[in-house]
Design a protein around this ligand. Structure first.
Ligand code: NCD
Length: 307
């Protein structure tokens, strides 16, 4: 497997490659917390123009666990030279002199591709506005693979902000490589999945259902993929107020779900999942967090070890 950059899950249209990533991630998990040396001497730069807890910390922890080092700016939009008017392109070309890989999160869709176009080191898209978040989708797939023992023949219901939720977009660009996945999209009408993702499924001959009522999918969903309403992407607060708290997973909802269903969420959650759900064995979102570390270790090793 060889990738120059990780920009979109459209790059991962081969089950063998995905399986290879999952297997390396499992191996990383088995090795536990021992300090590995495969990326010794390599430097990762994390360049985040938007807030992050899991993505940034897990990439930084992953790099350090593999023996590499990290340089970071706390909040690139505030503390990097963009405040002086520097372009993203110039910032990337500059960091090329200091780092072997750049993890970039930026509010503009397409920004990671722009960065990759000028970068001499790999760019990893850690979220480009409402566009994509490919490494999250890979860790989500790894979580499904582990929790369900495979990805074929599952009924997966996506719930919440399907318009702006980039983790959903990245998942939808890769899930069709598996067989017989049944897609349900549950959202308030203003937050429906953009047409381009629906057209992609239709072109592949894959059917899906779009609903507003969560109750309808509960008895059949094998995976409930819940998302946060992406407040920061709304044109104004009023529009957000209309749709916030549209769906709340609580013990009453749990009762209507399959006993072996899996509840996922990329996190952060706001009110979408009640903390009372956390102790249910179906709640996989904190296991999903941990899987993120191992998948990112696998991806960093694959990207960097022969460079
Ligand atoms: C997601 C993101 O940033 O897109 N968070 C994450 O990386 N786990 C989801 C979100 O912010 O709602």
């Amino acid at each position: 497997m060889h990738f120059e950059h990780i920009i979109s899950t459209k790059q991962f249209q081969d089950r063998k490659i995905l399986e290879e990533i999952f297997q390396i991630a499992e191996e990383m998990e088995r090795k536990g917390n021992v300090l590995q040396q495969s990326l010794r001497g390599k430097i990762l730069a994390s360049l985040f123009y938007e807030p992050s807890t899991r993505t940034r910390f897990s990439f930084e922890a992953a790099m350090q666990r593999l023996g590499g080092n990290v340089i970071a700016t706390e909040a690139a939009s505030q503390f990097s030279s963009v405040t002086k008017g520097e372009t993203l392109e110039d910032t990337i070309k500059t960091i090329n002199s200091y780092a072997d890989v750049i993890v970039l999160r930026h509010p503009t869709e397409g920004s990671s591709q722009r960065a990759a176009d000028v970068s001499s080191v790999p760019i990893i898209n850690a979220g480009d506005g409402p566009g994509e978040h490919p490494t999250q989708a890979l860790l989500d797939l790894y979580t499904i693979w582990k929790e369900k023992g495979g990805i074929n023949n599952l009924s997966i219901a996506f719930v919440g902000d399907l318009l702006y939720g980039r983790t959903v977009h990245s998942l939808l660009n890769v899930l069709p490589v598996y067989d017989n996945v049944k897609f349900s999209f549950v959202s308030p009408p203003p937050l429906r999945l953009p047409d381009k993702y629906k057209e992609q499924l239709t072109e592949k001959g894959i059917s899906f259902q779009e609903l507003t009522d969560l109750q309808e999918v509960l008895p059949e969903a094998d995976v409930l993929y819940v998302t946060r309403i992406q407040k920061e992407r709304f044109p104004n607060e009023e529009e957000y107020e209309k749709v916030k708290d549209s769906y709340i997973i609580d013990p009453g909802v749990l009762e209507k779900m399959k006993p072996h269903a899996t509840i996922m969420h990329p996190l952060p959650r706001v009110n979408e999942i009640s903390p009372a759900v956390d102790t249910d064995k179906r709640a996989a979102y904190f296991r999903q967090v941990k899987n993120g570390l191992y998948v990112r270790m696998a991806l960093l090793e694959l990207l960097l070890k022969d460079r």
